[in-house]
Design a protein around this ligand. Structure first.
Ligand code: NIG
Ligand code: FE
Length: 389
């Protein structure tokens, strides 16, 4: 990971979450970490020699944290997309066609495809990304996907073993669950930090998810879960029971579930592009989760079947416009909320000592990231003090 020194000057509005919004601000990164924040006119003279980026009066935010992506796949789900336009409902069974295409692709092909997606994420402001396996569904293919995920560059990547995405075609359920559990040590050895289960109708049951995630915790994984997307199954309650770092989707969450998540400090990850793409028409869960006091994150869920979208700002715009969440709530959800979902306290904010990960907007106010649709409002993404693009 490259770490650099950088002075960002002439910031019109600086959102750091550590201080109130500063106007006419500057920020100094030394050795990849935030070392000084203040008024531009107060910049200490001894810092004037460092490399400088002139923000030209633009708004600056902490780098975006995309805590839920399935960025490693091959093939296309365009037939599912057109089918839904004719009224077909989303089914997890669509995952099998992506699995076939992904198994047929070489490591290098998969890496090129995933790297292109991750680079697009970087260009739309993502400085930290979680990347799941889940389209291999054999031991070797899942490990290959984890290797691809770990090799990606640009944003800082953390990887998740999602062998329990669906039961592969032709496999016995119980045997496959055993195989997922037996693969945990190898997944850990490949650097996976997290274990996730798609616990839903058409995927894995609550009992299967409990078995897999309990074993994963024993092997030192942090836990995540796809919960209450297609139907209400009890997956959110399981997330609270097991102390998962996050429960994601939650379209069918109940008020009781939401209180259980809040009490167990499980971050509720909203993936509104999936709600749009599956045409579920469900948006009210965001309000249920907020009213229960849950910490919210917002993520792209970038995947071929339910959210072909690398842009976290687009997901954030839906969180505002369809879920009805206020601007500040959504800006926090995509930065410090995503960081909490990944149990990171050094990203998602720009307090002293945080990683020097930030975005310069092509706008003079942070609200415009949400209000201006259909264009890329990120003009520069900086990771560890190194500007990209
Ligand atoms: O997060 N829900 C499970 N996994 C993906 C969809 C995967 C697919 O359909 O390819 C999701 O929406
Ligand atoms: Fe997902």
């Amino acid at each position: 990971m490259r770490v650099s020194d950088l002075v960002v000057r002439r910031i019109g509005r600086l959102t750091s979450w550590a201080l109130p919004v500063l106007t006419d601000a500057a920020l100094v990164i030394r050795g990849g970490r935030v070392a000084w924040v203040g008024a531009d006119r107060d910049l200490p003279p001894d810092l004037a020699e460092l490399p400088e980026l002139d923000a030209g009066g633009a708004a600056v935010l902490p780098g975006l944290v995309d805590c839920h992506t399935h960025a490693v796949w091959a093939g296309s789900r365009r037939d599912d997309f057109t089918g839904r336009l004719s009224g077909a409902a989303y089914s997890p069974a669509g995952i099998h066609s992506t699995v076939a295409a992904t198994r047929a692709a070489s490591y290098d092909e998969l890496r090129a495809l995933a790297q292109q997606r991750i680079t697009t994420m970087l260009g739309t402001g993502t400085t930290t990304a979680e990347v799941k396996s889940g389209y291999g569904l054999t031991v070797d293919d899942e490990l290959k996907l984890l290797d691809v995920a770990a090799s990606l560059t640009g944003p800082t990547v953390t990887t998740t073993y999602l062998g329990a995405h669906v039961v592969p075609q032709g496999r016995d359920r119980a045997d496959y669950v055993d195989e997922v559990v037996a693969t945990l040590p190898a997944a850990k050895a490949r650097g996976a930090q997290w274990c996730d289960v798609f616990c839903d109708e058409g995927a894995f049951t609550v009992d299967e998810a409990r078995l897999i995630l309990t074993a994963a915790a024993r092997h030192g994984f942090g836990l995540r879960i796809h919960a209450e997307q297609v139907a209400h199954t009890g997956a959110a309650a399981l997330a609270a029971e097991l102390g998962c770092a996050s429960a994601d989707h939650l379209d069918h969450v109940t008020v009781d579930d939401a209180h259980a998540l809040a009490a167990a400090d499980v971050v509720a990850v909203l993936v509104p592009v999936a709600s749009l793409y599956t045409r579920s028409g469900r948006w009210g869960h965001a309000r249920t989760l907020t009213e229960a006091g849950c910490t919210l994150a917002v993520a792209t869920d970038c995947n071929p079947g339910t959210s072909w979208c690398e842009s976290l700002p687009f997901a954030m715009q839906l969180a505002c416009l369809e879920m009805g969440l206020p601007v500040e709530t959504v800006l926090r959800a995509a930065t410090v909320g995503g960081a909490k979902a990944l149990r990171r306290d050094d990203v998602g904010h720009l307090g002293i000592g945080a990683r020097g990960d930030l975005v310069v907007l092509d706008a003079d106010h942070e609200t415009d990231l949400l209000a201006h649709l259909g264009v890329n409002t990120i003009s520069r993404t900086i990771v560890g003090g190194t500007p990209n693009g």
